[in-house]
Ligand binder design. Structure first.
Ligand SMILES: [Zn+2]
Length: 307
């Protein structure tokens, strides 16, 4: 049994960004070091949080999910209703949210159960967005991001500091899954399922002040964010439109564009664009295939196609 502790191994791994090298530096077999580090990263949930470089923190990746209240309205029938503005009693707002930082176990959540303050919980979520470099959600670009922007502007808040939004629904649509809902994807990947609840009745009970219903809502919301993280990790190597996370590390290492790992391996196949050939590599951590920025045969004249 090695006398090197997990803490020592993690510290060396943070320094070298290479599990085998970390092992060699500490006098343990590279393979053993890799296996130990993999087990420490929670079934491939990379990366182990990195130490600050040049005083700058590594990129902060936030996963989140918002549950909203429905509009409340007077209606005359059950089907195909067209509502005038004077039929609307209350418009939608935020009931609760859950969020977590990628790779960390803690799930943060807030609900308005005690004070009925959508403003308070919206402001709290804003502070997380303000710290984040990347914000990930399921259908977040079509729904959650827009809901939150609407609440923040209502309460006179400025936009959060710059961040990039990543939507797992958009990535999922580049495949043909049986369904693209978060729960369906989680089932498809055998990584769990949503917390069961009574459907819309749960919302009704919460809005009537049923504390037990609020607890179930929070549990459902928190579990969704845990599933979201697993679905995101499953899909991210396939996201060809992912914002380049490697730019957010303030060191000199060459890093994967989606997970930030510097553990990359060259692959024999080149990547071709319309006019150039580039060396390609694969991320050992998430599997992403990338090309380098410098092309082969930079001096070769290549003609472009014309119509
Ligand atoms: Zn990667």
């Amino acid at each position: 049994m090695s006398t090197v502790t997990d803490e020592q191994l993690i510290a060396e791994y943070r320094k070298t960004e290479n599990a085998s090298q970390a092992g060699r530096n500490l006098g343990i077999a590279p393979r053993t070091a890799r296996e130990r580090i993999q087990s420490l990263t929670l079934n491939g949930r990379n990366p182990i949080p990195l130490a600050k470089v040049n005083g700058k923190a590594p990129p902060q990746v936030l996963l989140y999910d918002v549950e909203t209240a429905p509009h409340l309205a007077y209606v005359w029938g059950m089907f195909k209703q067209t509502l005038g503005p004077n039929q609307i009693l209350e418009t939608t707002d935020v009931m609760c949210w859950a969020a977590k930082w990628l790779g960390q176990d803690a799930v943060l959540s807030e609900s308005r159960v005690d004070d009925d303050s959508d403003e308070r919980i919206s402001r709290e979520l804003w502070t997380l967005f303000d710290q984040a470099d990347f914000v990930i959600g399921h259908n977040s670009r079509g729904f959650d991001d827009k809901i939150m922007r609407a609440r923040w502007v209502k309460y006179g808040m400025p936009p959060p500091s710059p961040f990039k939004s990543v939507d797992t629904l958009t990535i999922a649509k580049s495949f043909r899954f049986p369904r693209n809902k978060l729960e369906s994807l989680a089932r498809y990947f055998d990584i769990g399922h949503k917390v069961e609840h009574e459907g819309f009745d749960l919302w009704v009970k919460c809005l009537r002040g049923d504390k037990d219903a609020w607890n179930r809502m929070a549990e459902y919301n928190i579990h969704d964010v845990v599933l979201l993280e697993q679905v995101y990790i499953k899909l991210r190597a396939w996201d060809n439109r992912a914002p380049n996370i490697s730019l957010y590390y303030h060191d000199d290492l060459t890093r994967c564009v989606v997970c930030g790992s510097s553990s990359l391996t060259d692959i024999p196949q080149s990547a071709y664009t319309g006019v150039s050939e580039f060396p390609a590599c694969r991320c050992r951590s998430c599997g992403k295939v990338m090309r380098t920025g410098s092309r082969y045969r930079a001096d070769k004249t290549v003609l472009r196609n014309v119509l």
